[in-house]
Design a protein around this ligand. Structure first.
Ligand SMILES: *[C@@H]1O[C@H](CO)[C@@H](O)[C@H](O)[C@H]1NC(C)=O
Ligand SMILES: *[C@@H]1O[C@H](CO)[C@@H](O)[C@H](O)[C@H]1NC(C)=O
Length: 222
């Protein structure tokens, strides 16, 4: 834990790579709290953990403030301290949620929207790395997840759910994706999944059922 905080300090001072700092805190929490201080009884342990969490949150806030004031003086990039809801994981200023249950693409899209989010719009290698790790941590195995990408309006014209055009594709080139495989019949393959092991995308029929990745903005730390 101390090493972890020290790492964050170093990072914030010399190398403002925010997200790995946050990850460090989370991993530190998981590791140290799981392995130390068994506690006399559950109640005691819960209140102890609560205390640790709130002190960590204060420490995090303190470091964020310190970074912000230093960054101003040296015109370093701004860093807004944010957090994600329980169960969501963070990459930069975005929160992601992997689900276990499967639905078709349209219902998956609706479900994410109802959670004040949207089906994932994946634009970076870092996001794909995080999904690979989370897929194993959360599900225990690699699988494919719906992402918010479709060409159902115009074949071959891939659009994100926010209507933006696809600019940084991660299609599986080995399998020549997207191939709108003729085996899919008249429906075609107009929706996209990300395969967490290869970190690449496939086009599949929108009526197939897959688990999904929802996304929303991280919340500024109060
Ligand atoms: C930032 O600059 C202000 C004024 O220029 C100075 O008073 C302050 O000590 C500086 N802060 C740090 C952390 O260097
Ligand atoms: C979204 O799906 C989850 C299952 O992962 C379900 O529990 C929840 O009720 C759904 N939410 C809405 C608003 O449909």
């Amino acid at each position: 834990m101390n090493v972890c905080l020290w790492l964050i300090k170093v990072e914030l001072h010399f190398y403002p790579l925010a997200s790995s700092g946050i990850l460090c805190v989370l991993i530190g929490l998981l590791v140290s709290e799981a392995s130390t201080r068994p506690g006399k009884n559950l109640e005691e342990e819960v209140s102890y953990l609560k205390l640790r969490l709130s002190s960590l949150k204060n420490r995090y806030k303190f470091l964020c403030d310190q970074y912000t004031s230093l960054a101003k003086n040296y015109s370093a990039p701004a860093f807004i301290c944010t957090q994600c809801p329980d169960g969501w994981f963070q990459v930069d200023d975005q929160c992601f949620l992997l689900t276990a249950d499967k639905m078709d693409w349209l219902n998956s899209k609706k479900n994410c929207t109802k959670m004040d989010g949207h089906l994932a719009i994946l634009t970076t290698k870092e996001e794909h790395d995080a999904i690979e790790k989370e897929s194993i941590r959360f599900g225990g195995f690699y699988t494919s997840y719906w992402i918010g990408l479709t060409d159902s309006e115009n074949e071959g014209d891939w659009k994100w759910v926010d209507k933006s055009t696809l600019t940084t594709p991660f299609w599986n080139k080995v399998k020549s994706e997207p191939d709108n495989s003729p085996m899919a019949g008249s429906e075609g393959e107009d929706c996209a999944v990300v395969e967490s092991r290869s970190q690449t995308w496939y086009d599949v029929p929108c009526s197939f059922t897959y688990p999904r990745i929802c996304q929303k903005d991280a919340i500024p730390l109060e």
